[in-house]
Write a protein that binds this ligand. Structure first.
Ligand SMILES: Cc1ncc(COP(=O)(O)O)c(C=O)c1O
Ligand SMILES: [Zn+2]
Length: 355
């Protein structure tokens, strides 16, 4: 099932073209991130990620059990905590939701190979779905990415190119883009659509929480979740959007800087390798939605992350440091919040980061 009337759309310059005509990882006219315009329908049917197929521009063909992740409820004094176990997705992170859509699209567009620059999780996810769909994957990664993540990419048949920094990876990947599908997950709207299903699952299983705590790198996860709840509100299924709490590390805090005009001093946060994104392409959208829903931004450092990851392991949640940032942020602000239902999105598996 594909929706014929689906268009790349640039909100900045108005560029518009059918997604079935050609793939653009960003606006060919002005370089802005592109949205996809098409008819979204909310008719949940079936299980897991395919349950929301009517919401996508096309239906995935081959799946490996994405989505339908558990929501574990735990009382923590005044607050009710809801842990959304996104690290239980097939490749160990929430990225699988967007990657499934992205690689299905590459397959439908007859690409034979894909390239991607990533700090880790997207690489594993892209390698996995490329294998499933029979495409060749080349992943450009900074050499400091956890060795467990690099090994997984290789085992899945992905070719790795190592670079000194994450920024170098973004530059070097462009050399490979010519004949391959460039996933460009930090730009690609399909990742935002994929992440919205997290909100649909929370709504269907629980309802609408008061707060939702989200780690922000490129912000695809954040925007997907907020769009998901906002869409349900717009179609009249729910009457409020949870207050989003964005989490970044002190080392790389573009969202904080954009809002307050200065950097907040604090210790290094390089343990959270998944959210070290210096220039998120959709930063203006992130600021807009954070303000629209009266959200907060919380910054954390390595010692907060270490402590949070230890506590999460003790509770039985085996997550990676980037995911532990949400628990670290919650710990920092829980006294300020009125008694609430709070979702903590646990994004990535700790099994990949153990050496
Ligand atoms: C484990 C983990 N959590 C959170 C994020 C942040 O996601 P986004 O880039 O969509 O903001 C990432 C991104 O790589 C990640 O790997
Ligand atoms: Zn444009």
């Amino acid at each position: 099932m594909i929706k014929k009337n689906a268009y790349w759309f640039c909100p900045k310059c108005g560029f518009k073209e059918s997604i079935w005509n050609k793939y653009y990882w960003r606006c060919p006219r002005c370089g802005n991130p592109l949205d996809i315009e098409y008819e979204k329908i909310f008719e949940p049917r079936g299980n897991r990620f395919l349950r929301y197929s009517s919401y996508y521009p096309f239906k995935p063909i081959k799946t490996r059990g994405e989505g339908g992740t558990p929501l574990i409820i735990d009382n923590d004094g005044r607050h009710k905590l809801l842990y959304k176990l996104e690290y239980l997705n097939p490749s160990g992170s929430f990225k699988d939701r967007g990657t499934l859509l992205s690689i299905t699209y590459a397959y439908l567009m007859n690409y034979k190979s894909v390239v991607e620059d990533t700090s880790g999780n997207t690489g594993i996810s892209v390698a996995l779905y490329s294998r499933v769909y029979g495409l060749e994957a080349t992943i450009v990664m900074p050499s400091y990415a956890p060795s467990g993540k690099k090994k997984l990419v290789k085992i899945l048949g992905g070719k790795i190119i190592e670079t000194p920094t994450r920024t170098d990876a973004s530059k070097i990947v462009l050399q490979y883009v010519k004949n391959s599908y460039y996933v460009a997950h930090i730009w690609n709207y399909l990742y935002i659509i994929g992440a919205s299903t997290i909100s649909f699952e929370i709504f269907e299983e629980y309802g609408v929480p008061d707060y939702i705590v989200i780690p922000v790198g490129s912000g695809g996860l954040f925007l997907g979740i907020v769009h998901g709840f906002e869409y349900l509100k717009n179609i009249g299924v729910i009457n409020k959007v949870p207050v989003p709490i964005a989490v970044q590390g002190y080392s790389v805090q573009p969202l904080y800087e954009k809002i307050y005009g200065v950097k907040k001093p604090g210790e290094e946060s390089d343990l959270a390798d998944g959210i070290l994104v210096a220039s998120p392409p959709r930063i203006n959208d992130l600021v807009y939605y954070l303000k629209k829903y009266r959200g907060k931004i919380v910054l954390v450092g390595n010692s907060d992350i270490r402590e949070a990851q230890k506590e999460l392991f003790q509770k039985g949640f085996m997550v990676e440091p980037t995911s532990a940032t949400v628990y670290a942020a919650y710990t920092k602000i829980k006294e300020e919040l009125p008694p609430s239902d709070i979702v903590l999105v646990l994004t990535g598996s700790g099994l990949k980061t153990l050496n």
